[in-house]
Design a binder for this molecule. Structure first.
Ligand code: GRF
Length: 207
């Protein structure tokens, strides 16, 4: 049974997709053992509570400096004993100690087709604003392993979504969530839970 901890900052629609997937059996061999948010007002925490999943808030605001936050965040994660850490709309930089300890055991969902519209400054609506300003006809979402860069880790899955005439960033974000994020994040977790994902020379192989 793969023990997963999901880290969230906002509405938690990706968390909900994971909860639904486990409930409906489209995500197998997986248990969500905890949810961690940096934002005490994140609706994702309410979603966890409704699903009776242990949920905690660890906010940088509650610590004197980044070092103290990192220590508290690390301790909270370790206490949950995860096999896999899932970043689902999590807007906090992951401490490098955690990345090293959980090499290829932390995954992130990014709302574009990496390497487009990713890296520092590209998060949430800003990603979709960038896609619309550039005028791309196809965008989408990417699930990747987290390394010490920003959105630079080995890519696990991607799914394309058409940009439509008149799209606003909000409309496009919703379509990317519905048609891509909420599909490939659960699928990626199920593949990992069933030992179907390996990484060789920085490239992901799915069996
Ligand atoms: C989504 O756009 C997701 O792609 C990004 O964070 C946003 C919020 O996601 N990573 P959620 O509703 O909190 O899962």
């Amino acid at each position: 049974m793969l023990r997963i901890v999901v880290c969230v900052s906002g509405g938690g629609t990706n968390l909900q997709a994971i909860i639904n997937g486990v409930r409906q059996g489209t995500i197998t061999n997986t248990e969500i053992v905890g949810v961690i948010s940096n934002n005490k007002n994140a609706y994702a925490l309410e979603r966890a509570k409704q699903a009776e999943i242990p949920a905690v808030c660890v906010s940088p605001r509650d610590y004197g400096d980044r070092e103290q936050f990192n220590e508290a965040f690390l301790k909270t994660v370790e206490q949950m004993k995860p096999d896999l850490i899932v970043l689902a709309g999590f807007l906090v930089v992951i401490p490098s100690q955690l990345i090293r300890k959980y090499e290829n055991r932390i995954i992130n969902i990014h709302p574009s087709l990496i390497p487009s519209f990713c890296g520092t400054g590209y998060y949430g609506l800003k990603v979709h604003e960038g896609a619309l300003v550039r005028g791309v006809k196809i965008t989408g979402a990417t699930v990747h392993f987290v390394d010490e860069g920003t959105d630079t880790g080995p890519i696990i899955m991607q799914k394309a979504v058409a940009v439509q005439e008149g799209d606003t960033p909000e409309v496009l974000q919703r379509r990317v969530m519905e048609e891509a994020e909420w599909i490939i994040l659960p699928q990626s977790i199920d593949l990992i839970a069933n030992g179907k994902v390996t990484v060789t020379d920085g490239k992901v192989h799915i069996s």
